[in-house]
Ligand binder design. Sequence first.
Ligand code: ATP
Ligand code: ATP
Ligand code: MG
Ligand code: MG
Ligand code: MG
Ligand code: MG
Ligand code: MG
Length: 284
Amino acid sequence: NAQMANSKYEYTRTFETPHPLLPNTYIILRIDGRSFSTFSQTHNFRKPNDPRALSLMNAAASRTLQALPDIPIAYGVSDEFSFLLPRRCTLFDRREDKLISTLVSTFTGWYVFLWPRHFSPEEEPLRAPPSFDCRAVCYPSRGNVRDYFAWRQVDAHVNNLYNTAFWALVLKGGVGRREAEEELRGTFARDKNELLFSRFGINYNDEEAMYKKGSVVFRDYGVVEEDQEKGGEEEEEETTAVPEVKSKTQKEKEKKRAKKAKIVTEHVDIINDEFWEKRPWLLE
Ligand code: ATP
Ligand code: ATP
Ligand code: MG
Ligand code: MG
Ligand code: MG
Ligand code: MG
Ligand code: MG
């Protein structure tokens, strides 16, 4: 601001310590609801999975992708969402504080704003302000990014199987919470599947995909046929010692294209290659 320049107080700006994130690396920003165990009780979230709460998280994530066109994909489960920024992203000059604070407040703003569309305002008004934390982590390779998302999705599966069994025992089996916890301690996946089926007639495979797989929110430019994109992709990772500098017009063009693309939400496997191979732009 021109009026503010050159005052004798301006030197205080030199105390700022910007922290730009490592160039030429993917950035993943993960938000997580603060004390959502309590927040979910306050708002009577259904156990183990409240579909209203999940659809609200997905809607807030979708609006966040709209607001920040650099983000190609995000993955969410429970009270968390992970947002990917491309290797060559230059948003806010990659400053960590700007990226984290803008992302988490954009998401939180939308979460609050959209609440009444997902929870009936009469039955379940917002009774307390939700807040989220956020961290940024740099990943140097596509493989690391793939493994990161696989980690979150495996975590989602393990937690959901446990929670489904736990709440079946408590809500349908009339078992106390402590007893249920004891009964599940040390059990393997097949034991929980067996317990669900034999005691409650629940086939875990028939559970909602949103609960089992979490939610993938991404820009959809259509899919690329597998043989079309194979070959060139592998080489590319090796030839990027110097980050590619894009012209301003090129960046503007990409931004326009990203803004026009449909943002979709799917509950699909992102551990195997298929999802990523069909959408190579997600890991550019
Ligand atoms: P950036 O995203 O870079 O911060 P910005 O548009 O928010 O961009 P700022 O330098 O933060 O730019 O300036 C905030 C602007 O918001 C002010 O220039 C002013 O136009 C407007 N503004 C903020 N608060 C008020 C207010 N209370 N009344 C009128 N205008 C306001
Ligand atoms: P922290 O502040 O450390 O993150 P937290 O209480 O949020 O604490 P988390 O490990 O993030 O702990 O767990 C989030 C909790 O929120 C879950 O354990 C679950 O009880 C609840 N929760 C989140 N989303 C839903 C949902 N859709 N349906 C039911 N419960 C949910
Ligand atoms: Mg300002
Ligand atoms: Mg936590
Ligand atoms: Mg939390
Ligand atoms: Mg959490
Ligand atoms: Mg401002």
